[in-house]
Design a binder for this molecule. Structure first.
Ligand code: DHB
Ligand code: FE
Length: 283
């Protein structure tokens, strides 16, 4: 059977992708950020999964206001990088896992979560930037990826509690797949940032670090946090953090297993307008 070996959490910021693509990662502004992901790249080489189940959000790139799926699973064989205004990023195309993705869709929908099935999907910085942070810039990505898009852009967005429960359903789905695959689940987006309005530029280090503490130690309680707290404390785009609860809900301890091991924790302010948080939790 397939099993979830670890969950990985990371912010995404388009400027991180631009820094990589323009060869600026060694500049003083960027060096401390990329340094925080050096242990991660080493850990990934030692703990390479067969498949990453990658929870992320599209930013009106593939889905615009004409269609707004709350949860959408990418079932295609491959996913091209999207053009977000400066041409597609020069990163490899993302190879999917249609068999496992179809199985997860079947299992999770039968557990009463209405996933939208997406057979054609272009992936934006929400997916490609975390890929670069974890794997660097190889000629081909080292494993398959199943994208799960969550609507955190256009209200109404799903609650933290529903995301946490979806993570539990995804765990049951993955563990009932009849091939011995090592699967990681990633939760991406966040942490505090606000890109618009009078509070543009908002960062809340204390709240973000408390979120990391609680995500590690008491995710059930954290999942109860209402939207208004995310938006008030972490800014309008801080709501992206509900996606981290999907990954956390898929960990063994939530289903009565042992507590995860914290393999890496990193926090850095700022990258563009965003507080960057990152965790690796091993099952
Ligand atoms: C920024 C952060 C985001 O999450 C995003 O989607 C776009 C921009 C930023 O900090 O610039
Ligand atoms: Fe974003």
């Amino acid at each position: 059977h397939a099993r979830i070996t670890a969950s990985v959490y990371s912010s995404h910021v388009p400027a991180i992708g631009a820094a990589i693509d323009l060869g600026k990662t060694g500049e003083p502004y960027w060096q401390p950020l990329f340094a925080g992901f050096e242990p991660t790249k080493q850990w990934m080489r030692e703990n390479l999964p067969d498949v990453v189940f990658l929870v992320y959000n599209d930013h009106a790139t593939n889905f615009d206001l004409s269609v707004i799926p709350t949860f959408a699973i990418g079932t295609a064989a491959e996913f091209e990088p999207a053009d977000e205004g400066y041409g597609p990023r020069p990163v490899p195309k993302v190879m999917g896992h249609p068999e496992l993705a179809s199985h997860i869709a079947q299992s999770v929908i039968q557990q009463d979560f209405d996933l939208t099935i997406v057979n054609e999907l272009k992936v934006d910085h929400g997916l490609t930037v975390p890929m670069n942070l974890m794997f660097g810039s190889p000629a081909q990505w080292p494993c398959r990826v199943i994208p799960l898009h969550v609507n955190v852009v256009q209200y109404p967005v799903p609650s933290g509690g529903r995301c946490f429960a979806l993570g539990q359903a995804i765990r049951r789905a993955i563990e009932s797949f009849d091939e011995p695959l090592k699967v990681q689940i990633w939760g991406t987006g966040g942490m505090s940032h606000q890109l618009q309005g009078p509070r543009a530029g908002l960062i809340n280090r204390e709240w973000d670090n408390r979120f990391l503490d609680r995500l590690i130690a008491d995710p059930e309680d954290l999942a109860e946090m209402p939207h208004i707290e995310y938006v008030r404390e972490a800014g309008s785009e801080g709501i992206e953090l509900v996606m981290w609860l999907i990954a956390r809900g898929a960990m063994a301890d939530v289903a009565g297993g042992p507590a995860p091991r914290l393999a890496h924790r990193f926090f850095h302010v700022p990258a563009s307008n965003t507080a960057v948080g990152h965790l690796i939790l091993e099952n």
